[in-house]
Design a protein. Structure first.
Length: 318
């Protein structure tokens, strides 16, 4: 490969992971070679990391001791994948026997009290009749956190921290595809007279009310549900695995919870209009159910707002 192209690729790779330069990246990686037959190891990059190769008495560490030292610093959290198996000599020999020469792995850990994300890679090869492994370990925390943040921004409404409309639609449809035999309900919730709050008191009061409504929604309907903000003053909820009685009972409790916010010594009360449709009683197609739930909401609003109503078939005759 052309030297300039190689340098450019290295720089791009480092910047992609959040490092200022490739040299900065190399300063933070751990790279060593190990003879997996004799259990010996040597570092290939930073001289400053040679301290890993020796114990407190300045005695060189074996490969097994080195990896144990690394793993003791990388504390895997309960239920999360550990890096232990990646360094296991028997596992590496079995991989080589099966023709695998390149191995990769990602894991999360706690190091010095900080949650980190790391990527491991290994190249296996034969040298002088012995199996050797070249190991490369680098930190991907900034990249992982940044990617997770971008993914969250793509799926979540930033004000309420519920799913946005696209994400809610996707996950609700996915649920119906995966669990067609389960009873469920689609619920639509409108904040009554929301525009008046914005016009009379300012959009910051409207935002506070939406956040409070979302919090109540999570507290009362958030268990085994998918919750989203459709935009403006409307929320959507999929209540999973509930029969008609359970759905009505939960929605009633939610509708009767305190709906008031305090801001700078003033109290702002709000009400909700709620409509819902049952699966499969009222339909088996998600968007049809959402349309019927919306018709129920419109019926609540036309009757004076601040109430709950189940979809009724006669509403579909309009």
């Amino acid at each position: 490969m052309n030297e300039d192209i190689y340098e450019l690729v290295c720089m791009s790779f480092a910047h992609h992971l959040g490092y200022l330069s490739f040299d900065d990246f190399l300063e933070k990686v751990i790279c060593f070679e190990a003879n997996l037959e004799t259990d010996s190891a040597q570092f290939l990059l930073n001289d400053g990391q040679n301290s890993y190769l020796k114990d407190k008495n300045d005695t060189p560490l074996l490969y097994s001791q080195l990896t144990e030292k690394l793993l003791s610093a990388w504390q895997a959290q309960d239920g999360e994948k550990s890096a232990t198996a990646f360094f296991d000599i028997a596992t590496l020999k079995a991989a080589n026997a099966n023709g695998k020469k390149f191995l990769y792995g990602d894991f999360s850990c706690i190091e010095n009290g900080v949650r980190l994300h790391k990527q491991l890679s290994c190249k296996l090869c034969q040298k002088d009749g012995n199996l050797h492994g070249t190991f490369f370990v680098f930190d991907t925390t900034e990249h992982t956190v940044r990617t997770a943040s971008l993914n969250r921004r793509a799926e979540y409404d930033l004000l309420t921290e519920l799913y946005n409309r696209n994400a809610a639609d996707f996950y609700i449809q996915e649920y119906f595809n995966s669990w067609p035999e389960e009873e469920a309900a689609i619920v639509l919730i409108d904040v009554d007279n929301f525009r008046n709050f914005n016009d009379r008191f300012g959009h910051h009061i409207g935002d506070i009310i939406m956040k409070d409504a979302a919090k109540n929604l999570m507290n009362h309907l958030g268990n085994n549900s998918i919750l989203g903000r459709n935009g403006g003053d409307e929320f959507i909820a999929l209540l999973k695995d509930r029969n008609a009685h359970e759905v009505l009972d939960e929605i009633k409790r939610f509708s009767e919870c305190c709906k008031a916010v305090e801001h700078e010594g003033k109290t702002y009360k709000y009400t909700l209009s709620i409509g819902y449709a049952l699966y499969p009683e009222h339909g088996i197609v998600y968007h049809d159910l959402a349309k019927k739930a919306n018709q129920a909401v419109l019926s609540v609003k036309s009757a004076g707002k601040n109430n709950v109503q189940q979809f009724k078939e006669r509403e579909n005759d309009e």
